[in-house]
Design a protein around this ligand. Structure first.
Ligand code: NDP
Ligand code: 8X3
Length: 252
């Protein structure tokens, strides 16, 4: 297998799914991961071709054991990962700290921070062995600004940005690029998840303005990935035109 290999966490929906599509179009072989097996299989059926091979790994990034077992199960050739896209993540709830659901905090911290670290630890060692690789983590405008009712989500995304900054310094001597992509509001399943299936509340988030779509971020990720070897995009913030900060939306 001489083609480039990308592993995408959270490829079953939204940004991860569109990133899988654009990387497949650009002839990457893909390791697609997530918890929803049916969706992984559907995506494999859609993207497999004579020029694109797909491996599926179904696991919950919150479980270190599950992450370790899934990654260890990859055939040796598939461990030669060129690109890791740390995308799996979520917001759960919108509440002030004094009133928020502690389980929501655990879920966000365990997924967005600890899960990202579990996957990155193993994959970065494989990249170090080969003295080559690129790790792109999806942070957020919430990793640059903090907003009320979003303290813990913002905290997890600030953590993704900080961890990535430190890793950039650790991994540069090993010829490994580290980048963050920070989107503003993207219409995916994100708000439906945040509001626990409340479709009306979720759709209100995008009322009166044109949000980003998952494809916009997938295209940004591909731009970051496709720079020449001597160029690293450290960090990129992508906002809807109608969103000027985490809290300022122009709604018509
Ligand atoms: P979606 O809800 O559409 O997709 C989230 C993906 O993450 C799914 O594939 C889901 O897969 C996966 N995921 C969530 N929890 C876990 C878990 N415990 N284990 C494994 N996979 C998991 O949201 P988006 O595409 O919008 O979000 C992708 C990333 O982008 C997140 O990190 C999010 O914080 C970030 N982001 C999103 C923005 C937005 O406005 N939408 C803006 C800025 C950043 P499955 O459920 O099958 O496990
Ligand atoms: C998602 C963007 O503004 O909903 O990271 O927190 S926001």
């Amino acid at each position: 297998m001489t083609k480039k290999i990308a592993l995408i966490t959270g490829a079953t929906a939204g940004i991860g799914l569109e990133t899988a599509r654009i990387l497949a179009k650009n002839s990457y072989n893909l390791i697609l991961t997530g918890r929803r097996k049916d969706r992984l299989e559907e995506l494999k059926a859609e993207l497999s071709s004579d020029s694109v091979e797909i491996e599926l790994l179904q696991f919950d990034v919150r479980s270190k054991l599950a992450v370790d077992e899934a990654l260890a199960s990859l055939p040796a050739d598939w461990k030669k990962i060129d690109l890791l896209v740390n995308n799996a993540g979520l917001a759960a709830g919108m509440d002030p700290v004094n009133n928020a659901d502690v389980d929501d905090w655990e879920q966000m911290i365990d997924t967005n921070v600890k899960g990202l670290l579990y996957v990155t630890r193993t994959v970065s060692n494989w990249m170090i062995d080969r003295q080559s690789g690129h790790i792109i983590s999806i942070s957020s405008i919430a990793g640059k600004e903090a907003y009320p009712m979003g303290s813990v989500y913002c905290g997890t995304k600030h953590a993704v940005s900080a961890i990535s900054k430190a890793m950039r310094i650790e991994l540069a001597p090993h010829n490994i690029k580290v980048s963050t992509v920070c989107p503003g509001a993207v219409e995916t399943e994100f708000s439906l998840v945040r509001f626990k299936g409340d479709e009306e509340r979720a759709s209100k988030v995008y009322d009166g303005f044109t949000p980003l779509f998952a494809k916009d971020i997938a295209e940004t990720i591909y731009f970051v990935v496709s720079r020449p070897a001597h160029v690293n995009i450290d960090d990129i913030l992508v906002m809807p035109t109608a969103q000027a900060s985490a809290r300022d939306f122009v709604r018509k």
